[in-house]
Design a protein around this ligand. Structure first.
Ligand code: AMP
Ligand code: MG
Length: 481
């Protein structure tokens, strides 16, 4: 790979926050998928580099010049319970500086144990790594902030789970891997300097505009809350269910991170859960905004000593900032919903108009993505087989649109940019993973990715990818271990 420019600023933080680490040697690395499009955005090129060398690079057999591999320490509330963790199966190679002036983490997932692996083997299986590749790239194409996937390489070795699986390493690219859990870890070190150093570092890296502000920690907290409010609204607007919103899986940069049991909702149902271990529905689709606010409360607690000299005042500032989340989230969500319905102005009755569509979808078990796309393409509302309730809603919407005084073609074309035609449908993702895992056939995944990369204007003949699964009530996803 040509073009690496490493500059590893994380190493300047207090040593408690990381441990040096080395990717393990693997038997027979082979590239499953390499994201050339992303590589070129990062100023990297594989021109003239043999497949064999690429496989060695993206499995950690050959470290790029300038990399200084470490595993990051963090803590986390997992399903509400606090644990001290750390990257147990991820090794940060370092920070690459792109020609456009961005600093991004380059990280391996599944390249062997680290100081934080506890009883785990530090390895990953091919299926979950390809799953992260597909969903993260689909999210990026949908325009949602996310970590990216640069490569997946099989190791030629097995990993032992409930069955024998093919081992693999994912190369993840992120604005950073600083999590809410990283702050929870730093706060528990009982070393005020470490916490302040982490906060200053994060502000400089992700919220640079606040660096010189006299109230910078308060503004930092508010800015993190605002970014999460926006991010979660974007998830809700496309029906994305993260599945495991533990505080260690929430990035302070505002990117979606840690694709495990995530999946997209088909029929509109706020209680949609796919994760096999989420029995209580803690991380159900409809709970995501409330859980994000809960996670942010854990984040705010870590910042208390920096918010004010007085504990009472600090708590008051934190509480006030957290209370703003709901309003900010709702505003982002409503703005997004207006776009989904082709509305460019705001009227008081809009929330009710949106809610009654959602109520109808829920009662009719209508597909969330296709309902909005059909409205955008003008294929809904004229069909006599549609229910009376839906037709009534459609009249109200048409009435509302008429007050916008815009040509309908313009409304439709704007709506098509706000409502994806294709999302990574669960059965399509499974089909692609099965072909890769069982037949070593990556063509199914590449066809799927080709469609997912233009979700708002999909290629011709991609109609099949728009079909919801016949039945996904029993669809279950598993944590990517
Ligand atoms: P996750 O559910 O992927 O967010 O992982 C939770 C924690 O467990 C993280 O700190 C991971 O690094 C760690 N972990 C997950 N799988 C493994 C594994 N196979 N070996 C070691 N640590 C792991
Ligand atoms: Mg995680």
């Amino acid at each position: 790979m040509i073009g690496w420019r490493f500059d590893n600023s994380y190493l300047q933080l207090p040593e408690d926050l990381f441990a040096s680490a080395r990717p393990i040697t693997v038997k027979e690395p082979r590239v499953s998928v390499l994201n050339n499009r992303l590589a070129s955005e990062l100023g990297l090129s594989s021109d003239g580099v043999s497949d064999d060398t690429l496989a060695r690079i993206f499995s950690g057999q050959e470290l790029p010049e300038g990399s200084q591999p470490i595993a990051q320490a963090y803590a986390g509330h997992q399903y509400g319970n606090f644990t001290m963790l750390g990257d147990g199966r991820a090794i940060l190679l370092g920070e690459h500086c792109t020609p456009a002036g961005q600093r991004v983490d380059i990280q391996f997932k599944g390249s062997g144990p680290t100081r934080f692996s506890r009883r785990g083997d530090g390895r990953a299986a091919l299926g979950p790594m390809l799953r992260e590749y597909i969903i993260s790239e689909a999210m990026a194409a949908l325009g949602i902030p996310t970590t990216r996937s640069l490569a997946v390489v099989t190791t030629g070795e097995n990993v032992y789970r409930t069955s024998l699986l093919r081992g693999a390493v994912l190369t993840r690219v992120a604005a950073s891997h600083i999590r809410v859990g990283t702050f929870e870890y730093a706060a528990r070190l009982r070393n005020p300097d470490a916490l302040r150093a982490l906060a200053d570092y994060t502000i400089a890296r992700h919220y640079g505009e606040l660096t010189d502000s006299p109230q910078k920690y308060v503004e930092f907290l508010r800015a993190v809350i605002a970014r999460q409010a926006k991010l979660i609204s974007q998830w809700q607007l496309v029906g994305f269910v993260h599945g495991v919103m533990n505080t260690d899986n929430m990035a302070v940069s505002g990117e979606t991170i840690d694709y495990g049991p995530c999946a997209f909702m088909n029929a509109y149902r706020p209680d949609t859960v796919f994760s096999s271990i989420d029995h209580q529905g803690r991380y159900a689709y409809g709970n995501q905004p409330a859980i994000a606010q809960w996670n942010l409360a854990r984040f705010a607690e870590t910042l208390l000593p920096l918010l004010s000299g007085g504990q009472d005042e600090a708590v008051e500032i934190a509480t006030e900032s957290l209370n703003a989340f709901v309003g900010e989230y709702q505003e982002c969500w409503l703005t997004g919903m207006r776009q989904k319905l082709g509305l460019t102005t705001a009227e008081e009755g809009d929330p009710e108009l949106v809610q009654s569509l959602l109520d109808w979808m829920q009662a009719a078990e209508a597909d969330y993505t296709n309902t909005f796309r059909d409205l955008s393409e003008g294929t809904a509302g004229s069909n006599h087989s549609e229910s009376h309730e839906f037709q009534e809603w459609h009249h109200r919407w048409m009435d509302r649109l008429s007050r916008e005084e815009l040509p309908i073609e313009q409304v439709r074309s704007a709506m098509c940019k706000a409502n994806p035609a294709v999302i990574p449908r669960n059965h399509r993702v499974e089909e692609a993973l099965a072909a890769a895992e069982e037949q070593d056939d990556l063509s199914v995944m590449h066809r799927l990715l080709n469609v997912l990369l233009s979700p708002y204007s999909p290629p011709a003949n991609s109609g099949d990818y728009r079909e919801p699964p016949a039945d996904d009530n029993n669809y279950r996803t598993f944590c990517g271990t």
